[in-house]
Ligand binder design. Structure first.
Ligand SMILES: NC(=O)c1ccc[n+]([C@@H]2O[C@H](COP(=O)([O-])OP(=O)(O)OC[C@H]3O[C@@H](n4cnc5c(N)ncnc54)[C@H](O)[C@@H]3O)[C@@H](O)[C@H]2O)c1
Length: 316
């Protein structure tokens, strides 16, 4: 728990509210600011829903949703949100000019020792912090939606980010129960989107080449690889899949994967006829107007799964 810490959340949309609940559950005092007063009002409802879902699932470490949301205040202006904050988490829209302008404001107005973290999905931290006097305290802390449920967070430095800022951010994430991944340097896609992108390339390839239907690919992952991957990462997985561990696995299966890799060198066109086939398969299973219902069902099943995995993720 991090009861001695105040965090400021800038932008109170989906991700801002998810972070507010994650920090508040971890004991932090949270001040939430949004440039749009209407969005800030909506945030109160979203915070209550996110915390309520976690309470129902028993995922608030014995606290009630009301206790958690009571630690979140809606700030009237940016300065009120930033006052006394040791960690600032920015969650404004994914536009470079908006991030640059917001970071200029944050660097000018946040306490000098506060870490300034962006939730950006894909912008490299160097692209919106280079111009700042306090650029050494700026970094990316990229969550998976919603951070109140999914623990992994990628901490990404710009070339000028100090080791101290990286330490302070990673330590705070640890204290509130997130799983920080401390990257050595920035790269497009960070870690998780690079892994996901590699898998999607192959999924599109299998359909484009007529090897498998979109349903076959989903079955292979959902009912094949993913159950194990919910428990173990890829290196942990292969370490357990040969009697002599990871080195033995590479000796046994490395040549097979090298042969496969020879056929994976070309990137695949995700558009055109391939996309037509994938879209037709998806719409046959799920009409467009039923997507919100399917999202809600996914989210409630995800809560159940994370509840089950809780003890596992805490150990690793
Ligand atoms: N949605 C996801 O799945 C996801 C996952 C990980 C990271 N992210 C990243 O998180 C960030 C926020 O995404 P989101 O989905 O929460 O967006 P969103 O549109 O739901 O929320 C953005 C909020 O920022 C507010 N805002 C705009 N300009 C502002 C300013 N100058 N100062 C303060 N508030 C301002 C808007 O009023 C809005 O409420 C983006 O960078 C996005 O890439 C999103």
């Amino acid at each position: 728990m991090a009861g001695d810490v105040k965090t400021a959340i800038i932008g109170s949309g989906l991700i801002g509210c998810g972070w507010a609940v994650a920090f508040a559950r971890g004991g932090c005092a949270v001040s939430l600011y949004d440039a749009n007063a209407e969005a800030a009002k909506q945030a109160v409802k979203l915070l209550a829903r996110l915390a309520g879902e976690l309470e129902s699932a028993g995922m608030l470490d014995g606290q009630t949703a009301a206790q958690v949301t009571a630690r979140v205040e809606i700030a009237d202006d940016l300065d009120a949100a930033l006052g006394g904050a040791v960690h600032v988490q920015e969650n404004v829209p994914e536009k470079l000019d908006v991030k640059r302008a917001v970071f200029s404001d944050l660097d000018a107005r946040a306490p000098r020792d506060a870490v300034l973290a962006s939730s950006t999905s894909a912008l490299l931290p160097s692209t919106f912090t280079q111009h700042l006097d306090g650029r050494d305290r700026c970094l990316v802390a990229h969550p998976i939606n919603p951070p109140s449920l999914i623990p992994a967070v990628e901490i990404v430095p710009a070339p000028w980010t100090s080791a101290g800022a990286m330490d302070r951010c990673a330590n705070l994430m640890d204290r509130i129960g997130q799983k920080p991944i401390r990257m050595k340097r920035e790269i497009d896609g960070f870690i998780m989107n690079r892994l996901q992108g590699a898998l999607l390339q192959e999924a599109f390839r299998l359909v484009a080449d007529g090897i498998a239907t979109p349903e076959d690919v989903d079955t292979g992952l959902r009912d094949g690889l993913a159950p194990r991957w919910a428990l173990l990462g890829p290196f942990e997985t292969i370490d357990l899949n040969a009697p002599g561990g990871v080195r033995d696995y590479v000796a046994r299966y490395g040549p097979m994967y090298a042969k496969i890799a020879e056929t994976q060198r070309q990137t695949v066109d995700w558009t055109g006829e391939t996309l037509d086939r994938i879209e037709a398969a998806r719409r046959a299973k799920l009409p467009l107007d039923q997507i919100p219902e399917a999202q809600a069902e996914r989210d409630s099943r995800l809560v159940e799964m994370m509840k089950h995995l809780g003890s596992n993720t805490k150990k690793s």
